[in-house]
Design a protein around this ligand. Structure first.
Ligand code: HEC
Length: 169
């Protein structure tokens, strides 16, 4: 269709067609420049804003997914945050700190299964001396607390980044 219509026009007015073609060439060139510019701007923006995927050996906490903490949510959910803060849900899982840990870690001991488990504090850390994965006694750091009432459990750090609930609550 288009070809058939262009042909007779070319023959009828060749003098008129020449400048018109020049004009369309200029527009086409401008279009190409704009397109290339848009592509460059797009890729630059993409490079700036999209985090690159983590390297295969990168630690689990990357820019893509990480724990932000409750303070971030409080910025937009103030009433919810207030209600949550006053409830025991806020204490359901906490990092082991002097504030969170309720047990007696003043070199207390507890006999169970023929072993004297000891609860100690060293350099601000809470430790339990108990039988480890290999069955031998070792000092393990308490990393998190679970619950507040009627009892509190402890998550201890094991080699390889694993966390294990202590059998004693
Ligand atoms: C930038 C502001 C902002 C931040 C920060 C934010 N939220 Fe929200 N959240 C909203 C908005 C807006 C809604 C939609 C509320 C609606 O539709 O009524 C919402 C909805 C929710 C809902 C669904 C509520 C419902 O009734 O369906 C939950 C759950 C929620 N947010 C949890 C969180 C948590 C957890 C965090 C922190 C990790 C968080 N939000 C951080 C703005 C925010």
């Amino acid at each position: 269709m288009a070809r058939r219509r262009r042909k007779p026009r070319k023959e009828a007015a060749p003098a008129l067609d020449a400048p018109r073609r020049n004009l369309s060439t200029t527009w086409r060139a401008a279009g190409v420049v704009l397109l290339v510019g848009a592509l460059l701007a797009g890729s630059w923006l993409g490079w700036r804003h999209w985090p690159s995927p983590p390297a295969p050996d990168a630690p689990a906490t990357s820019a893509l997914a990480r724990f932000v903490g409750s303070a971030v949510c409080a910025g937009c959910h103030a009433p919810e945050h207030e209600a949550w803060r006053g409830s025991q849900h806020a204490q359901a899982m906490q990092e082991a700190s002097a504030h969170a840990v309720l047990g007696d870690f003043d070199d207390a001991s507890f006999r169970q299964g023929g072993i004297a488990h000891r609860f100690l504090r060293r350099e601000g850390k809470f430790l339990v001396r108990t039988d480890g994965p290999d069955g031998k006694l070792g000092d393990f750091e308490i990393r998190y607390t679970f619950g507040v009432e009627p009892l509190q459990q402890y998550l201890i750090a094991l080699p390889g980044g694993r966390l294990q609930a202590l059998g004693i609550a």
